[in-house]
Design a protein around this ligand. Structure first.
Ligand SMILES: Cc1cc2nc3c(=O)[nH]c(=O)nc-3n(C[C@H](O)[C@H](O)[C@H](O)COP(=O)(O)OP(=O)(O)OC[C@H]3O[C@@H](n4cnc5c(N)ncnc54)[C@H](O)[C@@H]3O)c2cc1C
Length: 425
């Protein structure tokens, strides 16, 4: 195995939803930046995971997340030859804001090209295994096939989704006793939706559940929507994997196997039993199952439900967190609750992105310090990307000023992101 060394100002661990934006922001701000990513592309859950629906860039009345995420989104639409829809005319009833869709190959390739153009050094297929402090530098050990890398960096942004670096360093993390179920993304095509009769497919679904042909969780939204909805959406984003914990390889393997079992069971049922679905086929399956939540970092502040629903005006806010509370559970299925005041825009405080008692390391994305209910609102992709942009800026400013990221004023972080197109908060 080849052993190699690298020295950068900022290392971003995990090039997913938050991480790709963090890296582009840090590099565009002028510091040397690398990404260590276990997968084969940027974007994580929003690309490789098959959750291609980032929300929310806009409320009904104005922008909440812009900057690098919006730039990549709009440029990907240009490449696809599609207009960027006017947010004021999009789905005003179903969701509280602008719901958008990316084309995964286009978005992932564009994000990668922009990262490379900004000077980000990308290392795909590598897992971070060990992290230690050596004087004023971090030593980050990662392993990929045939390569063992030691990266020295002044700042780390942990965007692993499962607080990997924070856990390796033995810092505090939080895991809910009842975590939200996970999902394996897949999509069934070839269903002739015009042949579906709502009452008939509902009766067939209920009979299959009674007879044990289908199991609870195969159709996750049964408490909210009729089975017709599953068929109309080809089963995308529609299955629950209970207790999915993808924070290590054993848990990931179990979730992958259960996700595929569920996919195959319901696909057989649909194709064999639903009139109009005889020619159904599975068009897409993500390479791995996803968890909605595993280990949150315990930060200098933990965002709680009231902060989210009442939109606490944090003195150290770094980005917006506009979304509904999207809580999935084994007991109920899915509960969605909207914030009463449409003008209330929750935000993320810098302290929720600083691991408690740490220096020179921040987190972004799913790692954010938040309790169960607040987390069900904050974890949306646009917020994760905005957190990434803010922490990329914090790391860059820290390096340029010769201080630790935690000592950078949150107003300076926001100012730098605004220079790069973000919405002022
Ligand atoms: C089933 C499901 C449906 C969802 N639906 C929506 C939706 O419709 N709209 C929406 O806005 N949000 C949705 N969300 C929420 C949102 O997608 C996630 O919260 C968000 O994408 C998480 O971003 P992240 O950057 O924290 O993690 P990820 O995007 O998962 O990125 C983490 C990255 O880190 C890498 N990594 C992990 N550990 C290591 C390591 N040790 N070394 C190197 N790399 C590592 C991973 O490979 C991955 O690429 C959904 C989530 C799920 C699971």
């Amino acid at each position: 195995m080849r052993t190699t060394q690298e020295t950068v100002d900022v290392v971003v661990v995990g090039g997913g939803t938050a991480g790709h934006v963090a890296a582009i922001q840090a590099a565009r701000a002028g510091v040397t930046t690398s990404v260590i990513e276990a997968g084969s592309m940027l974007g994580g859950t929003m690309t490789a995971g098959g959750v291609w629906m980032p929300n929310h860039f806009f409320t009904k009345t104005g922008p909440v997340v812009q900057g690098i995420p919006w730039e990549l989104y709009t440029r990907s639409k240009e490449i696809e030859g599609l207009p960027v829809p006017d947010y004021r005319r999009r789905r005003p009833v179903e969701t509280p804001g602008y719901y958008s869709y990316i084309n995964v190959p286009v978005y992932a390739a564009l994000a990668e090209a922009e990262a490379v153009k900004a000077g980000v050094v990308l290392h795909y297929h590598e897992f971070v295994q060990d992290v230690s402090a050596v004087g004023d530098l971090w030593e980050v050990a990662s392993v990929g096939r045939g390569v063992r890398r030691v990266t020295h960096a002044k700042e780390i942004v942990d965007c692993s989704g499962d607080s990997d670096v924070v856990r390796i360093l033995g810092m505090r993390v939080l895991k809910s006793k009842v975590s939200q179920p996970g999902t394996l993304q897949y999509k069934i095509g070839g269903i002739e939706t015009e042949q579906l009769w709502k009452e008939e497919v509902q009766a067939l679904y209920e009979e299959a559940m009674r007879d044990g042909v289908l199991r609870k969780g195969d159709w996750a939204y049964a408490n909210m929507e009729p089975f017709l909805y599953y068929l109309q959406h080809g089963g995308h984003n529609a299955t629950h994997i209970y207790d999915a914990d993808t924070s290590d390889a054993d848990g990931q393997t179990r979730a992958d196997i259960e996700g595929r079992e569920r996919m195959l069971r319901i696909f057989r049922f649909v194709r064999e039993s639903i009139p109009g679905a005889e020619r159904a086929r599975i068009d897409f399956m993500a390479p791995h199952a996803l968890a909605r939540e595993t280990f949150h970092t315990v930060g200098e502040y933990t965002v709680v439900k009231d902060d989210f629903v009442k939109a606490t005006d944090f003195p150290d806010k770094v980005c917006n967190a506009f979304n509904y509370i999207d809580l999935h559970s084994q007991a109920i299925g899915c509960e969605v609750s909207f914030i009463d005041d449409p003008e209330a825009i929750p935000t993320v405080p810098f302290r929720a992105l600083i691991p408690k008692g740490s220096r020179r390391i921040t987190v972004a994305g799913r790692n954010v310090s938040a309790n169960r209910i607040a987390f069900a609102g904050i974890r949306a992709q646009c917020t994760c990307m905005a957190m990434g942009q803010a922490m990329g800026a914090a790391a860059a400013l820290a390096v340029q000023r010769g201080v630790a990221s935690r000592d950078v004023d949150s107003r300076d972080i926001v100012a730098l992101t605004v220079e790069h197109g973000a919405v002022p908060v």
